[in-house]
Design a protein. Structure first.
Length: 336
């Protein structure tokens, strides 16, 4: 194995997706070699097309529910559909991706003694009974509802990561991601930021569920990727001990109602869209806000990009996408 401080060879699962492609850009920019694996269910080659001739980048079309054998120094496990419209399309496969994918990546990390980061989610908190959510909160999750394939799949993946850490002394990191947005989001993924922006740019009615008073906290993608890298690269002060495995919340603690978000988007786009209201989906959380005190103290990390600035960059991306006509049909479920 190469010395740890030399250029690292890094595996990113789900690397053709929204978060994965931004992470790969940062890894390559700092000099790492990157292997991207993705089955292209929700990821897109368009997100990594600019890297196809990069000498330190390799793409492999592969599903993490099957084992893969590579030689790497670090693993970022990001593979899993993350929006309800996608993870509910095939809920059994979603659970397999979280659980079998974690088992396969942990097995690879164990064989290589590689450090591995799990992209977990704030959805492990369910519809929380405490606010904001701290890492020691166990959550309030429906184990048999329509969102359970994702929520419980990610919870089980966390269990596997910590059991490998305890049983095999594996060097793990578990990051709980709160709502993240930015360029390269899937145009038709059903998440509020992309939905609202696309509807506003088309001057269509903007759809809110319930009364629009449920809250979310929105983190710009560049801030989240910085948190990933700081967490993965953090070393223990004691060379004989592994660094804190987590979990650590990564998100922007500034909280907005869904209605406020829609009104921001309308104002920034100059849209003529109207707000319309539909019934709230089953198990939709009423509140979601991260407590990031641990990330601030341990990683020296907190978000820098605030909502209006991040929305401006994201709106510009979707405006260009819609103008080019490339948001459809390529982004339909299962077609990439």
């Amino acid at each position: 194995m190469r010395n740890y401080f030399e250029t690292k060879r890094v595996l990113v699962t789900g690397g053709a997706g929204f978060l994965g492609s931004h992470l790969i850009d940062r890894l390559l920019a700092r000099g790492d070699e990157v292997v991207c694996i993705d089955n292209l269910f929700t990821g897109s080659k368009r997100n990594i097309y600019h890297l196809h001739n990069h000498p330190r980048f390799e793409f492999i079309r592969h599903d993490v529910t099957f084992p893969i054998y590579l030689e790497v120094d670090q693993i970022f496990n990001l593979a899993c559909p993350a929006s309800p419209i996608h993870y509910q399309h095939d809920p059994v496969q979603t659970t397999k991706t979280s659980v079998h994918g974690a088992i396969n990546m942990l097995g690879l990390a164990k064989r290589l003694r590689a450090r591995i980061l799990q992209a977990s989610t704030s959805e492990v908190y369910g519809d929380p009974s405490i606010h904001p959510q701290k890492e020691d909160y166990w959550g309030n999750v429906n184990p048999i509802g329509p969102r359970s394939c994702y929520d419980e799949g990610k919870r089980c993946a966390e269990t596997l990561f910590f059991d490998y850490h305890r049983q095999h002394r594996l060097d793990i990191r578990v990051a709980r991601i709160f709502n993240t947005y930015g360029p390269r989001m899937h145009a038709n993924d059903g998440r509020v930021v992309s939905n609202f922006i696309v509807q506003a740019l088309k001057d269509e009615d903007i759809t809110l569920y319930g009364d629009g008073q449920q809250t979310r906290s929105f983190c710009y993608v560049d801030d989240l990727i910085e948190g990933f890298l700081r967490f993965m690269d953090k070393e223990s002060a004691d060379p004989d001990q592994m660094a804190l495995p987590g979990p650590i919340n990564l998100g922007n603690p500034n909280e907005f109602t869904i209605r406020q978000l829609a009104e921001h988007v309308i104002a920034l786009t100059g849209s003529a869209s109207r707000l319309i209201f539909k019934p709230l989906p089953e198990d939709d959380p009423r509140q979601r806000q991260p407590d990031i005190a641990l990330a601030q103290e341990y990683l020296g990390w907190e978000p820098k990009v605030q909502l209006d600035e991040g929305l401006g960059k994201t709106i510009a991306y979707f405006d260009a996408l819609l103008t080019s006509g490339s948001e459809s049909p390529e982004n339909s479920i299962g077609i990439n």
